[in-house]
Design a protein around this ligand. Structure first.
Ligand code: GTP
Ligand code: MG
Length: 302
């Protein structure tokens, strides 16, 4: 298949087209996904970058891309645009920052909006990551604003997660604690040039006492001046090595496989279920749902 060949040669238009076919649930998507270079996918590293709006995730991502390009790596970025209007203009901001790499064929960028979607974002994002990896991206970065459940699910697609915080953004550390502990492998205090960085580090100290069993690290950066980013990348690469050795990577990928499969199945069932809901049904919704599930079961066993 022509598109598949072009994609594996790293042609950015074919990569974009393949991701669109998947997003649109085009029948051609199945063949593309089945034909992806599995070795490249297995060897790739998927890094999640998350944190509250405005802490400097995109600036940090752009900086990491620069460093990875210096190492001659091909890089993919899946940027999840938040559905909440909190950080309005983020899409534009991201575009502008990514412009620095716009002419670089070895940097593949794809934005996905959470807005107006009922589900399926996890599935689409996962497919985009694999398409990029198959096209030769050794590192794929997923940037998401860590707010809702959808975003949290997406970050679980990553092999490792970098949680970015900044002075003034992470004051309520106590409230965020559970969330941080659950997903982060590395904490980054960005905007370390701003007052309050020391206090934030101190507040975060409490988080570390609870992670004695895990090797959670804290690093400080000034992403806008490219300070500390080399340390972040070193740490990411060290963790990648560790995670491959101790099977963490394998376990996480198995978990995201289950997550994505569930998302796909729900996406495929949604229209069928929708069609079986009788308008203005008189019975209880739970009973109606039970009937639908029974009907679907009968259909599939025929
Ligand atoms: N002082 C200072 N400003 C920074 C630093 N890093 C980023 N910024 C600025 O912070 C603002 C937000 O940066 P972004 O990279 O867009 O932040 P973000 O987390 O991606 O934001 P959203 O995508 O909207 O959630 C921009 O004006 C950056 O220039 C830093 O280390 N120090
Ligand atoms: Mg951003």
């Amino acid at each position: 298949m022509e598109l598949l060949q072009q994609l594996h040669r790293g042609d950015s238009r074919s990569i974009g087209r393949a991701i669109s076919l998947v997003e649109d649930q085009d029948p051609a998507a199945a063949r593309i996904l089945a034909g992806l270079d599995q070795t490249r996918i297995e060897q790739s590293l998927v890094v999640g970058i998350t944190g509250p709006p405005g802490v400097g995730k995109s600036t940090l991502t752009a900086g990491l891309i620069r460093h990875l390009r210096d190492q001659n790596q091909r890089v993919g970025i899946v940027a999840i645009d938040p559905s909440s209007p909190v950080s309005g203009g983020a899409i534009l901001g991201d575009r502008i920052r990514m412009m620095a790499h716009a002419l670089d064929r070895e940097v593949v960028v794809r934005s996905m909006a959470t807005r107006g979607r009922l589900g399926g974002l996890c599935a689409s994002a996962g497919a985009a990551v694999r398409i990029m990896a198959a096209s030769g991206c050794q590192t794929v970065i997923i940037e998401t604003v860590g707010v809702g459940q959808t975003e949290m699910d997406i970050i679980r697609l990553a092999d490792m997660t970098v949680m970015v915080l900044a002075p003034g953004f992470g004051d309520d550390v106590q409230a965020m604690k559970a969330g941080i502990l659950e997903v982060a492998d590395l904490l980054v205090i960005n905007k370390a040039d701003q007052p309050g960085a020391d206090k934030l580090a101190l507040d975060l100290g409490a988080v570390f006492t609870d992670t004695a069993d895990r090797d959670l690290r804290l690093l400080r950066t000034v992403a806008s001046e490219d300070r500390g980013l080399d340390m972040v990348l070193d740490r990411i690469m060290l963790m990648a090595k560790q995670f491959r050795q101790d099977n963490t990577l394998q376990k996480r990928r198995q978990h995201s496989f289950a997550l994505e499969t569930m998302d796909w199945a729900m996406e495929m069932l949604r229209p069928k279920i929708s069609g079986l809901i009788a308008p203005g049904g008189k019975t209880d919704p739970r009973l109606a749902a039970q009937e639908i599930v029974k009907k679907l079961g009968q259909e599939s066993s025929q």
